[in-house]
Design a protein around this ligand. Structure first.
Ligand code: BG6
Ligand code: MG
Length: 452
């Protein structure tokens, strides 16, 4: 290759200087240092005929937004295995929400990543998109030539995705999976001069050494020496969340950060009343109705007001709160949330919102989240607010499940108590993690896929 010593030094220096930044708040590897400081692209407001974006917007405009046309960081995670599983999961969900897949090299990589994370249904869908790209002339330019790299990617989606192949320094690793609609698949490999056939069929993973010397292999984490044949029963590597038929989400502070706006509105009211207000008092207001929140505040300040005054104050709080909500749009939902909902639905899990807020439907509409839910129960539908379980029981009924089949996701201790009283398992976020009644505790919503 006529490689010169100084080129090798330059490679080493480049490798040394390359790194993936890490962001504590989102738990992801941002694709570059300034990425998370940019505005998220507003997909809901982008007309359908403006896709692919790169043909309709100037790069200088596009690059000022958080929007990706293909797998970049997700590809880095596919290629380099040494990433924490949580970082891989969070990054995948984050980028999935902001990736347009305008490049023909995107869905094959997302498919491999999805397989590795246990999102088998979506892995199959991504694989299908890659496989059909030229067959259906999806990009409209197949007449100019086939997308050969996408074809390679489609093949890779089988080997590295479904079969879970990883080539490591200690040998070949597999964690094979058979897509639901397939009876079998097989492929050949050449590894250090040995030829191997791999078949996945009838509940079994079979390796055959066709020629060459023995090969060390690892299947589902167990080491074997491939001599002539190797048979390993297929394992279902399943996520805990799959045992539930439904997930019921609280809204404020779980799906949207509107808990911040409740805080700001109550802060104004308490200032007016001369009652000290802090996070501790605010935590007591989470999950409970507007009027009950006011009662808690008045009690903490030892204030006594007439009913009429209370109603006026509650209305004022709501006006202040509604003013904050005016700016809400699809970019107010944290990246990853829509992706999480999408994966739950792909798994056949029903999803609902169970919120004490009378503004819940307004928020769901404004952010574009509404169509995702099979049922919504909010402050207008209930007579008793959390910690009473009415809101969750009603949601479960609408979904056609019994409490034991559903998981409640909450950021309020009152909500965790409601879930517990109603007979639901719960996943606690934020302050709710302090509740002794919490079933599981998750740092972020993505924890539903690795901490349940
Ligand atoms: C809950 C919030 O979701 O809704 C509470 O956690 C709030 O803080 C309650 O008080 C009622 O909301 P709203 O919008 O009806 O005043
Ligand atoms: Mg909440």
């Amino acid at each position: 290759m006529k490689l010169e010593e100084k080129e090798i030094d330059a490679f080493a220096e480049a490798a040394e200087k390359m790194y993936l930044p890490y962001d504590e708040k989102t738990g992801i590897n941002p694709q570059d240092d300034s990425f998370l400081s940019k505005k998220r692209w507003n997909f809901v407001r982008t007309p359908k005929d403006k896709f692919p974006l790169l043909l309709h917007y100037h790069p200088l405009f596009l690059y000022r937004h958080q929007v990706c046309k293909q797998a970049d960081t997700v590809l880095a995670h596919v290629v380099f295995g040494d990433v924490l599983p949580e970082t891989r999961m969070d990054s995948f969900l984050y980028y999935e929400d902001i990736t347009t897949h305008d490049s023909s090299l995107s869905t094959c990589i997302f498919g491999i990543a999805a397989s590795g994370l246990g999102f088998y249904e979506d892995a199959y869908r991504y694989f299908g998109n890659s496989a059909k790209l030229d067959l259906l002339n999806v990009p409209g330019n197949t007449k100019d030539g086939l997308h050969m790299a996408n074809m390679g990617g489609t093949y890779m989606a089988i080997l590295f995705g479904f079969a879970g192949l990883k080539i490591t320094e200690s040998g070949l690793c597999f964690s094979p999976h058979l897509p639901k609609l397939w009876k079998t698949y097989r492929f050949h490999l050449q590894y250090k001069g040995s030829r191997i056939r791999a078949e996945i069929a009838a509940g079994e993973f079979r390796l055959t050494l066709l020629s060459g010397s023995n090969v060390p292999v690892r299947v589902y984490g167990t080491d074997y020496e491939l001599k002539d044949f190797l048979f390993v029963p297929l394992q279902i590597v399943s996520m805990g969340i799959r045992k539930y038929k439904a997930v019921i989400f609280d809204l404020d502070g779980v799906l949207v950060s509107t808990d911040r706006y409740h805080y700001l509105a109550w802060e104004c009211i308490t200032r007016e009343l001369g009652i000290p207000f802090d996070e501790k008092l605010n935590n007591l207001l989470k999950g409970v109705s507007r009027m009950e929140s006011l009662e808690i505040i008045l009690k903490s300040g030892k204030h006594i007001l007439e009913e009429k005054e209370k109603i006026a104050l509650a209305e004022k709080k709501n006006d202040l709160y509604r003013r904050c909500l005016e700016a809400l749009d699809s970019t107010s939902i944290e990246a990853g949330v829509v992706s999480i909902l999408k994966h739950l639905k792909s798994m056949g899990i029903k999803i609902a919102v169970g919120s004490s807020s009378k503004n819940a439907r307004y928020i769901l509409d404004k952010t574009g989240l509404a169509p995702w839910f099979d049922a919504v129960v909010d402050g207008n539908d209930i007579t008793q607010t959390k910690p009473h379980p009415e809101v969750f029981l009603k949601a479960a009924e609408l979904l056609g499940v019994v409490p034991a089949e559903a998981l409640v996701v909450e950021d309020a201790t009152a909500g965790i108590e409601a879930a517990h009283t109603g007979g639901f398992d719960s996943a606690a976020l934020g302050d709710a993690c302090n509740s002794p009644l919490a079933g599981s505790r998750i740092d972020r919503l993505s924890g539903l896929f690795y901490a349940i």
